[in-house]
Design a binder for this molecule. Structure first.
Ligand code: NAD
Length: 499
């Protein structure tokens, strides 16, 4: 059995806690590796290493730090296929999807090459007699990040790239479900010139998360994952005096107006609802057609498209639309929710429960499901399913549709499909959700904008990547200095007239 490691001070280090987690191949259901689950002592030792190296790294000029990112981006391009292969084998997503996962992280590293510009401070010359005032953006010190299973390349890079380019040391605690890619990324950062110990990867579970939360040297924590854990980490981290940003779960609605291009809307729903087996925080999981006729037309367009979806292992080639879900527990949770939908009276238009693939009978595959006539009181509407299950809630009017999305506790992403500019504009302005698409189903902002939801999808003030990342990973210091021998303020001017 392959045994994975931590990545500490530039080396692969075996776990010493004696605790391990299983890493599955979701397509076959087999355990393909064991990942060490760190103890508090192992985590704290990595923090000590980080704390020693960080002041030296923080003193490296921003251009040099940016050059590491530049080289890192090249190396990501070089190793794209290798990274995607490892990622697919542990996560189960298709090969093109896995490459997309690496690519969206790469784009944030690319954005970080502009760090010298982003880190420039402010300066006021002659703020008083012989007085200058300037502000600097300084690194925080040692930062930590806790990431989910569903984007094992992208989300770690969203955190460590800006943190490190700002001059911090970073300790990543990736998901224990697919931990290999983060280690490969750390190795690439060092190949790109990053000094040892600036980026470390500690594998683990709640024990290492709690070690991060309680270690006084850790200055900031970034978290992405489910909402209950986000709430816990935000509450505990803040109580322990850390700067914390946590991104949680989602239930993304797509409103389909009667005037929408119905083929475009159906294609968008299929791609965004079932892509990556629905295991995306920006997946559309609720379709809200406005009016009975729109709903009938939409279901008519959706059903044949969904029936044609090819479900299979990533090794089966590019015509596979989505792969297995990540674990058998995830599969069971999805099937339980599907059963609750049936029990609570939703109409199961497409039933993927009995899906099975010859040769992969033990894999964690779930066929696509489509529900119609879902109502807001049902569990399949209230809960995040995180699987290939699309629910349709029929709304009588635009006001009812927007009201639904606004009343849901999650507020990560949403979309409207319409040909009417007024409606689209009204929707974008009024909706209380962080990322909005107009005829775009997965409105993930590019690296130079910021990513973040509202409501129970986020805890904290600043978003991920874009300019917010430079704010999150630095703190401002303002210096007022007087050199009395300088030129006297204003010379012979009459200040009384100016006061
Ligand atoms: P998860 O919450 O189970 O795990 C996330 C991280 O928290 C992992 O590193 C895990 O080891 C750790 N963790 C798990 N249980 C813990 C506990 N009790 N105490 C401390 N730490 C714990 O999430 P997941 O299943 O890996 O990922 C899926 C979730 O992530 C979904 O809810 C999805 O919507 C969300 N997500 C959100 C975004 C976003 O930007 N809003 C992006 C991607 C995923």
């Amino acid at each position: 059995m392959k045994e994975l490691t931590h990545y500490i001070n530039g080396q692969s280090v075996s776990g010493s806690s004696g605790r391990f987690g299983d890493v599955f191949n979701p397509a076959t259901g087999e355990v393909q590796a064991r990942v060490p689950l760190a103890s508090k002592e192992e985590f704290d030792a990595a923090v000590e290493i980080a704390a020693k190296v960080q002041p030296k790294w923080g003193a490296v000029n921003p251009q040099r730090r940016a050059r590491v990112m530049m080289k890192f981006v090249d190396l990501l391009h070089r190793d794209m296929d290798k990274l995607a292969e490892v990622l697919s084998s542990e996560h189960g997503k298709t090969f093109p999807d896995a490459k997309g996962d690496v690519q969206r992280g790469l784009e944030v590293a690319e954005y970080c090459i502009g760090a010298p510009q982003m880190l420039k401070g402010e300066f006021t010359d002659s703020a008083g007699p012989g007085i200058d005032m300037y502000s600097m953006k300084q690194p925080l010190g040692v930062c930590g990040g806790i990431t989910p299973f569903n984007f094992p390349a992208m989300i770690p890079m969203w955190m460590f790239a800006p943190s490190i380019v700002c001059g911090n040391a970073f300790i990543l605690k990736p998901s224990e479900r697919d931990p290999s890619v983060p280690i490969l990324l750390a190795e690439l950062m060092e190949e790109a010139g990053l000094p040892k110990g600036v980026l470390q990867v500690i594998n683990g579970d709640k024990v290492s998360v709690d070690a991060m939360l309680s270690n006084p040297t850790v200055q900031s924590i970034g978290f992405v994952g489910s909402t209950p854990i986000a709430e816990y980490i935000y509450g505990t981290g803040c109580a322990n005096g850390k700067r914390v940003q946590c991104f949680g779960g989602a239930k993304n609605h797509m409103i389909v107006m009667p005037d929408a291009d119905m083929d475009l809307a159906a294609d968008a729903l299929v791609g965004s609802g079932y892509g990556a087996a629905g295991e995306r925080c920006m997946a559309i999981s609720v379709a809200v057609p406005v009016g009975e006729e729109t709903a009938d037309r939409l279901i008519e367009k959706l059903a044949p498209r969904i029936e044609k979806l090819k479900v299979g292992p990533y090794t089966a080639g590019d015509d596979v639309d989505f792969g297995p879900v990540v674990t058998s527990a995830a599969k069971q949770n999805i099937l339980n929710l599907v059963q609750s939908g049936i029990d609570q009276g939703a109409e199961l238009v497409i039933d993927g429960r009995d899906f099975s693939l010859q040769g992969y009978e033990h894999g964690f595959f779930v066929g696509p499901h489509l529900f119609d006539r879902v109502t807001p009181d049902m569990d399949i509407y209230k809960k995040e399913i995180f699987g290939p299950v699309l629910s349709t809630v029929r709304a009588g009017s635009y006001e009812e549709a927007i009201g639904l999305a606004m009343s849901h506790e999650y507020g990560n992403g949403t979309a409207i499909f319409t040909r009417d500019g007024d409606t689209a504009r009204d929707f974008a302005n009024r909706i209380n959700i962080g990322m909005v698409g107009v005829n775009v189903p997965i409105p993930v902002p590019l690296a130079y904008h910021t990513f973040g939801g509202w409501k129970k999808s986020v805890f904290g003030d600043l978003n991920q990547h874009g300019p917010d990342a430079f704010k999150f990973y630095t703190r401002t210091k303002t210096v007022t200095s007087r050199w009395p021998s300088g030129i006297k303020e204003g010379g012979e001017f009459n200040f009384k007239a100016m006061d």
